[in-house]
Design a protein around this ligand. Sequence first.
Ligand SMILES: [Fe+2]
Length: 595
Amino acid sequence: MIVLGLSGLPRSQARHLEDHPGIGPLDARICQGLDSAAALLVDGELVAAASEERFTGEKGTGKLPHHAIAWCLDAAGIAPEAVDVVAHGFDYDRHRRAFVLSQQHFDDVLTSRSVADALTEHGWDVLADRLRPVEHHRAHALSAVVPSGFDQGLAVVSDGMGEVESLSVWRFRGTELEKLHSQPIAASLGILYGIGTRFLGFQFNSDEYKVMGLAPYGDPERFRSVFRKLARFDADRGSIVIDWPKGALADAHRGYPHARALLAEQTFTPNPPDGSIQRDEADFAAALQDCLTELLVALVGHWLERTGERSLCLAGGTFLNCKSNQALAALAGVDRMFVQPASGDDGTAPGAAWAAAVEHGSLNPAKGPFDPYLGPGYSRDEVRAALEARPDLTWREMGLGEDYVSAAAEDIAADRIVAWFHGRMEFGPRALGNRSILARPDGDRIKDRINSAVKFREAFRPFAPAVHVDDRDRLFVTRGFAPDLYMLATAQVRPEARATLSGIVHEDDSARIQTVTPELNPAFAELLVGVRERTGTGCVVNTSFNVKGQPLIMDPVTAIDTFSRIALDRLYIEGFVVEPTTMIDPPAPVPGSAG
Ligand SMILES: [Fe+2]
């Protein structure tokens, strides 16, 4: 059985911008149905998944993922006619009555018809005919339950909003889900955090990770009472209650001005962000982050205790928050935990596909850890052709042998910043070593150097480490749950390791780690062994291979072009080593460097 999974609502954002002319960039993403992606299940196996943004360069787009669809089918050699079901990660059709005040918008944007029409417009009538809507939170829940491999447990979904709910709690046995609890959109943690993000002058539904990065610089006590008054956990109902005053959530398209005014009344009026760390803003971020973490810990702890379950699966945009995930992983009632790496709506593409496969009894149980390398990969010939088209560049072909990995390890040990491009592209927002920029983690200036070379990001945002599994426990305190494999939870850096990892330790002594195993990424693991041999530590800075405003790079042509325009020291790409157009002198050696 062949199932194609889709996310996104093709007309949603365009309609949002049309209906509200003059809308600013901070509010451009306050709409449903972004993060379009496609995923393909062939006889119960997830064989391909990719976000549309990677093909078009339009970050987080909600448009029909037609490039991703075409690529998934092509990669698997499947004709559109051979697809049995097209599963879409929203099912608004059954909620028509809830949208009685906005019927036109409902008909034009939210119904499955809008997706079917978009498929037809692209010449895929056959796919349009086989469209099957899947409840949004069910798709999110299965996006974590299926790849977790857990036989039973509790699944929690939290996001901005699904069709009519914003948080749901499920008990699962195998792939059978039972919904235990659901919360309305007015009690959305995603919207609360988004409003806080917008309050600080960042983009709603996009920049929430910046608030998380800013939080450790602030004092949560100063504004704690503001959030305690607004949001609380009701232990009798097992529910989060957010007491927005009447009208606070009106005019969402303008960035929730009433809710922001309410927050300003009780706190301060923020300055537009300028990349620096400002006291009021950091204190606000700290209180908001603590509020989220406390509420999630209370809710998840409650439902674990109430059900007696000990295995936890999480999905939905809220669970890209690594600080909260760290607190959830520390709960005594949790024995195992899995977070879907694509926890935004991109993850509902495979989630919806799994829902359809479960219904048809066509699903294979997970074997081993979930493999997130589900996107396009490229042959050596394709990379060579891309290089040959650039006579201005200096490159050599080494092949993927030991010498190649040693050369890369040597470069990193010598404090060079290296772009590393191998295998299939990651599914989900994090670069996990196939499209990454890597560097030594111990230079005090490493953040500045990467920022000035390529990232241009806010000074308060930390860089994250990738660590070989054999080095993990002597450097970090972690229970070793699955989220560590996918850079989805922070871990505390051990005091004795802080000097060695000075480039990646955040203000609160945490780091958003990726544990690299030979099983999931043998080439990356081998590189880390090489770095360990030269520096004593099998750990590197790992940040996504892209420049500001660009989605994660997908293909060799873009990788080579981007590399040629920025000041990285080397590009290692499928057995080829590319030098910068203008050779950059390596920086002065780091004291104590063995390399
Ligand atoms: Fe969602």
